[in-house]
Design a protein around this ligand. Structure first.
Ligand code: NAD
Length: 251
């Protein structure tokens, strides 16, 4: 699995899964645009550390920011072959309490943001006639309900259908589109859980592999889908969850 000569944008790459993906793509030979909104220092330090990289601040929920990021990547790194839609936020709130502002924020980043990035990158990939690969980091909650997290689950479920539609519409341009659906991965988004040993223990009981995952384990699957190793794969979701999505107990 290599990305020699390829250029990738990884959104939300200043921390967690996005950081690991940017590092892994660079070690596979890619030039990387390390997008960030938070974690500015980490994103800039990562871009400095990687052999061919740039850091770019953009709020993925803003169309003008996204277009500026795509234009700057092509100008500075020479082309665009891969997008990883990784940026995301998570808010816990009972269904009956979800307010309009929370709904708009969550759907704006986790779903609209991914759409804006996919569309802007796909247009550039079409124009370059080089083909491309779009990888969305969704969640097992693109499929499994998540009580207390309705906007998050709705956004991830939407990402599943965006991926399937885009895979069909973009195939004629040799642009593949797939999702990586992580289970419970040890990153800052799970800080509350990680700081509570009882919660971690309970969580591990519903993960067949009996542990949380590492960002690097998600990055390996993202690399597979970004690279030509997956040249005949499009319109699919790959779970990286230690079997969590299939968890079931005998009666
Ligand atoms: P994280 O909080 O470390 O990463 C999210 C990143 O997105 C952060 O760097 C944040 O600054 C960035 N971001 C947030 N809003 C943004 C915006 N508007 N524009 C640009 N960047 C923005 O957590 P993570 O676990 O690495 O999350 C990465 C992705 O993986 C998310 O989409 C998340 O939903 C998904 N995911 C994570 C888990 C898990 O257990 N960690 C499980 C399933 C899915």
């Amino acid at each position: 699995m290599d990305l020699d000569g390829k250029v990738a944008i990884v959104t939300g790459a200043g921390s967690g899964i996005g950081y690991a993906i940017a590092e892994r793509f660079a070690s596979a030979g890619a030039s990387v645009c390390v997008n960030y909104l938070g974690y500015e220092d980490d994103a800039k330090a990562l871009a400095q550390k990687l052999p061919k990289a740039m850091a770019f601040r953009a709020d993925v929920s803003k169309a003008a920011d996204v277009q500026a990021m795509v234009d700057a990547t092509i100008k500075e790194l020479g082309s665009l072959d891969v997008l990883v839609n990784n940026a995301g936020i998570e808010r816990s709130m009972p269904f009956l309490d979800v307010d309009e502002a929370t709904w708009d924020l969550m759907l704006g980043v986790d779903l609209k943001g991914a759409f804006l990035c996919a569309q802007a990158c796909a247009r550039a990939m079409r124009d370059s006639r080089r083909g491309g690969s779009i990888v969305n980091i969704s969640s097992i909650h693109e499929d499994v309900p998540f009580p207390g997290y309705t906007p998050y689950s709705v956004a991830k479920g939407g990402l599943r259908m965006m991926m399937r539609n885009a895979a069909l519409e973009l195939a004629e341009h040799r642009i593949r589109v797939n999702n990586v659906a992580p289970g419970a991965i040890a990153t800052p988004i799970n800080a509350k859980t990680l700081n509570d040993p009882d919660k971690v223990a309970t969580l591990q009981t519903i993960i067949p592999l009996q542990r949380m995952g590492r960002p690097e384990e998600v990055a390996e699957v993202a690399l597979f889908l970004a690279s030509d190793a997956s040249s005949y794969v499009t319109g699919s979701t790959y779970y990286v969850d230690g079997g969590m999505v299939r968890y079931s107990q005998p009666l």
